[in-house]
Design a protein around this ligand. Structure first.
Ligand SMILES: [Zn+2]
Ligand SMILES: [Zn+2]
Length: 825
């Protein structure tokens, strides 16, 4: 279908057709997001005529009101964050004051930071198109030829780069940049909501190092920061944490937008399996509580494979039935039809209707399963039609990606199943429908994905298909949490000692640290410097702290995820793709089944030293599921709330975990074939946790049998982990949990939820601060799930180290009611 062709089916007619698939209506809510007319504003008086004319040439007659408002704040040298929707024109808000300043002061400079090279390249095109004389915008990143770098440092006044380049290139070589830094007027931080967790905490210090170098070269007052963010809860606070400066937020979006029909879709519950054994779930006597408590071995995974295990098994099993895990009580087997299968069917339906559709799937395995399954059903209907559906993900090699992009643009492809690799910086527009398989974790991502739908002047359809996950369940029953004011905040923790220490080492290697410098780096800087002196990394002299080594410190902004592991086909030496280091234990262990482009491989060897996994093509009739074991001890308590029978705590904990085995499960039936041991190293984590305790008496008074306490706490813990992304921009897979009827360190029934990164990433801290709202939503998600005894949509966890056993759904609600009744609101 050529771009611009009429839409085959109107969005509401298409939705009507789709929702007829099931006997019960899977749609829980339809939000008609109306088209919005923009609110224009006059050019600010300070905007020079030359710039207004340049924008007019590019088709911008006047700014929207939010653009003018943010631009004027920035021009007045106030730090500002623009937090508005996708495609609301945030770039004009920083280009206007920056370029006006460059025109007024022929020596001033600007640095622009993007999270991806592609986005920086887009911005370079946009700024170059304005053709402002003497600005000489240029990208400066890893791809910039050596020969051009010198010229850029000397002559460009608008440098587009990324935090990694700042960290590895510009700041260590600050002397060569001294002229540029002395004259630096603006620092633009685009897509700043991406800087969250450990990565965000590192970037926060890179920005402090930048400010410090500007000051050293005589830039006082320092440069003005202009940040652009997706909509989120409290963007001013997040931007302030990121920059270390007071920041004003502009949040009202006054740009026009196309109308979208947005449906929330909950796949139906499947009837309980009549063949399942009716045996009652095993119960542990209270005195039989093991010394190692129930651990959610869900050691957080990173990157593309977060939900690979469970989604693989769901998608690959017949009728979407998720196979029971070992030890999973039969009465917990009731599940919803899988979101993957549901999305695959919807994709097949829209493609059959001639509608150009993009399906977003969280895991790469999931995207491949959706594409394969949609292809199969289309081919059954019309042989050959399946060829018009494909899968796309970041791990693909560049040539494979480009070919898929081209085919979709030219209409050879009508349906594409993708991971969120398409979210940033890839220009793929003109889609008529977007299917979002599972909440992508943040509203920013949700709207970015939904924003792919809609061509100018035409209405589009977006469908959020709920996964069997407590957060998804909550959202499809609480449309106000999707379409109302956001509460999730971008979370980072620059005080994390595991980030602060290495960053101070980098700063000292750039120039000796003075006592005044430490102020820049915030809480904990003095202690961190003392620790670096003790470790022999810094030497204290009367003039400051000096880096003692010849080599620069090696610091990875992305934390301890480890180098990516290459997946190599042993027989041919062909590189199939990469998997991040932290996930390799789960995904690429010996014997793991690994999918690439719908082709199945089996791992023969994982070499962690060489960072490579050798695989061979093979299609066994089982899938593999890694398991790990976890233990936790409390190191210190940072803050607590004493609420009678309930206690709420924030503090440091030590977590030890190890991938110890994997299960093989028959794809056709979900039957567990066997569990095989693995020999992988343990991983230790000192991190931050939030935990709550309840007195045994309060539980008894609420009607929780002592024998059911472990199952009640365990179920509450699973759901609480699932709901945390509602208040903090984390992924359920960034956090871990552990619950026990009595923990040796608290001597009480306890539920722990911890950050999966050394030193913490700010998630547990946010959960502690928002505990009442977070646990209220957790309670509601469990209570509102239609299942009887607990299912993956409420209290089961796909990454439970205890095989989701024991779990008690009704008692979890009682536990949370006790907590909420006592906790101050
Ligand atoms: Zn349920
Ligand atoms: Zn568990």
């Amino acid at each position: 279908m050529p771009p611009g062709a009429a839409l085959a089916v109107a969005p509401d007619a298409l939705l009507r057709r789709l929702r007829q698939r099931h006997a019960t209506d899977p749609v829980t809510h339809v939000e008609r997001v109306p088209p919005r007319a923009g609110v224009p504003a006059p050019w600010p008086r300070w905007a020079p005529e030359e710039l207004r004319a340049a924008y007019a040439r590019c088709g911008v007659a006047t700014p929207w009101r939010h653009q003018a408002e943010a631009a004027s704040l920035a021009y007045d040298r106030q730090h500002v964050v623009v937090a508005t929707g996708t495609a609301s024109g945030k770039s004009l808000a920083y280009q206007l004051p920056a370029l006006a300043t460059l025109l007024a002061d022929p020596r001033a400079t600007v640095v622009y930071l993007a999270p991806t090279k592609a986005l920086a390249a887009d911005q370079l095109r946009a700024v170059s198109a304005l053709e402002i004389e003497g600005v000489r915008p240029a990208c400066y990143d890893g791809d910039t030829p050596r020969a051009e770098r010198e010229w850029i440092r000397q002559h460009s006044r608008f440098v587009l780069t990324n935090p990694d380049m700042l960290h590895h290139g510009v700041l260590p070589g600050h002397a060569q940049w001294s002229g540029f830094l002395r004259r630096l007027a603006y620092v633009v931080v685009d897509e700043c909501h991406v800087y969250r967790g450990v990565f965000g905490s590192h970037v926060a210090h890179v920005l402090r190092r930048l400010r410090r170098q500007c000051a050293r070269y005589g830039r006082t007052p320092g440069p003005t920061f202009v940040l652009a963010s997706a909509t989120s809860g409290d963007p001013a606070a997040a931007a302030s944490r990121l920059t270390g400066l007071p920041v004003t937020a502009v949040t009202e979006d006054t740009s026009p937008r196309a109308g979208v029909t947005f449906a929330l879709w909950e796949p139906p519950l499947l009837p309980p399996d009549p063949t399942a054994s009716p045996a009652p779930p095993p119960r542990r006597a209270p005195d039989a509580v093991p010394s190692t408590p129930d651990a959610d071995t869900d050691t957080p995974l990173d990157g593309a494979v977060r939900n690979a295990g469970p989604t693989l098994s769901t998608g690959a099993s017949p009728a979407g039935r998720r196979p029971p895990a070992a030890g999973e009580p039969a009465d917990l087997v009731q599940v919803r039809r899988s979101a993957l299968r549901e999305t695959a069917d919807l994709l097949a339906d829209t493609v059959a209707a001639g509608v150009r559709t993009l399906a977003f799937v969280r895991s790469r395995r999931g995207a491949e399963v959706v594409a394969t399954s949609a292809r199969r059903s289309l081919d059954e209907a019309v042989p050959g039609l399946g060829d018009r559906v494909a899968a796309y993900r970041a791990g693909y090699l560049r040539e494979e990606r480009r070919e898929l992009e081209r085919a979709l643009l030219h209409g050879d492809l009508l349906g594409l199943a993708s991971t969120n690799a398409l979210e940033l910086g890839v220009d793929l527009i003109g889609l008529d429908a977007v299917l979002i398989c599972g909440y992508p974790g943040t509203r920013a991502s949700l709207w970015q994905q939904a924003g792919r739908a809609g061509r100018s002047g035409q209405e589009a359809l977006a469908v959020l298909v709920a996964r069997d996950d407590p957060l998804d369940t909550y959202l499809v029953h609480h449309p106000e949490a999707v379409f109302g004011a956001p509460v999730e905040a971008t979370v980072l923790d620059p005080a994390n000692a595991y980030v602060l220490g290495p960053q101070l080492a980098c700063a000292a290697a750039e120039a000796p640290l003075t006592a005044a410098d430490l102020e820049h780096f915030g809480d904990g800087a003095k202690e961190a410097v003392a620790a670096l002196v003790d470790a022999g990394a810094l030497r204290q002299r009367p003039t400051g702290w000096y880096w003692r080594h010849r080599e620069r410190p090696e610091v990875d902004l992305r934390g301890e995820g480890g180098a990516p592991v290459c997946v190599v086909e042993a027989a041919t030496g062909r590189l199939l793709g990469t998997v991040d280091g932290g996930s390799s234990h789960f995904l690429l262990h010996h014997g793991a089944v690994y999918l690439h482009q719908g082709v199945s491989y089996v791992v023969d060897a994982l070499d962690l030293d060489d960072g490579c996994a050798l695989v061979r093509p093979e299609e066994p009739d089982w899938s593999t599921h890694a398991r790990d074991v976890t233990s936790l001890s409390v190191v210190s308590v940072r803050s607590y709330v004493d609420a009678g029978p309930v206690g709420l705590f924030l503090g440091e904990v030590d977590v030890t975990s190890q991938v110890v085995s994997y299960q093989r499960r028959r794809i056709a039936t979900g039957e567990v074939i066997d569990t095989r041991p693995l020999d992988l190293p343990t991983r230790e984590l000192r991190t931050v946790a939030v935990w709550f305790t309840l007195s045994p008496e309060s539980l008894a008074a609420a009607g929780v049998n002592p024998a059911d306490v472990p199952g009640a706490l365990h179920a509450a813990e699973h759901a609480a982990i699932g709901l945390l992304p509602l208040v903090a921009t984390c992924d359920r897979w960034d956090i871990g949990g552990l619950s026990t009827a009595v923990h040796p360190d608290t001597e009480a029934p306890t539920v722990f939820v911890y950050d999966g990164h050394s030193g913490g990433a700010g998630f547990a801290e946010r959960a502690y601060g928002m505990a009442a709202a977070w646990l209220r939503a957790t309670r509601d998600a469990i209570a509102e799930c239609g299942c009887e005894a607990g299912c993956p949509s409420c209290v089961q966890s796909p990454k439970c180290g205890n095989g989701n056993n024991p779990l008690s759904k009704p008692d979890a609600i009682r536990v949370l009611d006790v907590v909420l009744a006592n906790l101050p609101q």
